[in-house]
Ligand binder design. Sequence first.
Ligand code: HEM
Length: 280
Amino acid sequence: MTLCKHIYLQIVEQRKELLRARAESSWKKENFKDENRMEAANDAASEADADPNGKQFNTFIDALLQESGKSISHQSVLDEMLTFLVSGIDTSAITLQFALYFLAKNPLVQEKALRELQNIFDAAGSTAVTPDTLQRMQYVEMIVYETLRMHPPVFFFLKEAGVDTPLVSSDLVVPAGATVIMSQRTLHMDPKLYPDPHMFDPERFSSANSAERHPFAYIPFSAGMRACPGRKFAMMSLKTTICKVIWNFQILPDETYEPELLWGLSMVTANGMRIKLLKR
Ligand code: HEM
């Protein structure tokens, strides 16, 4: 946590410096007509942005920093950023770890994913991962979904009932103010919803097989107003990384290894993750 805080304070300082340089350069552009000085101001701005295409990106952090001390307090900005950093890093890393583990154990799934990638890249005439090729990686997406079913890194959450809430499935009423602990891991392992739940089978998430499933039967990112805002980014980054690994390596299991699950705030392993990678 201390390391996280250190990193994010560093990011905040870098972005503040960038915003300051941008503001200064636009002030110079408005106030100096002299061409040489204009050029210098432009150089300073593009150097500060350090973007190879010379585009200026306004990141989420920039937007928050610009509002800091105005509509939201400085402390809230720092809290929001820390939430994003903490929520976004471990969750994706744990999912990637387990996706590779499941792939190592399931060579047929790996082969099917490789065939999908081959078709997509052949059609595109390149192995570049683009928004378009990512969109076409339906089977790789199903692998991520199945990993998150069996191993949701956030495996429980707490919700407080705002009003008396009758439960649809029984006569029970959750009274207003009561805190409910809900485990998506338990839900995802219900054999009525997912027959043979301990079997890794991405086909469960084909359009045909998921058509009849209740939307709340699968909630690795939670649901409703406070569902994970990083979901799309997480799916994009996981698909990209898994695609790159499958394309470049055959993933093999380490027969001496069995994960020892540690159930803390998120579901991790006590003994790391061991797989073997063989260059294709
Ligand atoms: C596989 C990856 C991820 C999983 C499984 C995941 C899961 C979740 C879940 C279950 C929640 C709701 C927790 C609750 O209701 O108590 C949540 C909230 C949140 N997630 Fe993610 N997350 C992932 C990746 C990310 C990423 C990449 C980001 C940021 C870029 C992110 C940012 C957040 C934030 C800011 C919240 C709090 C939202 C709020 O309180 O309104 N998550 N996430």
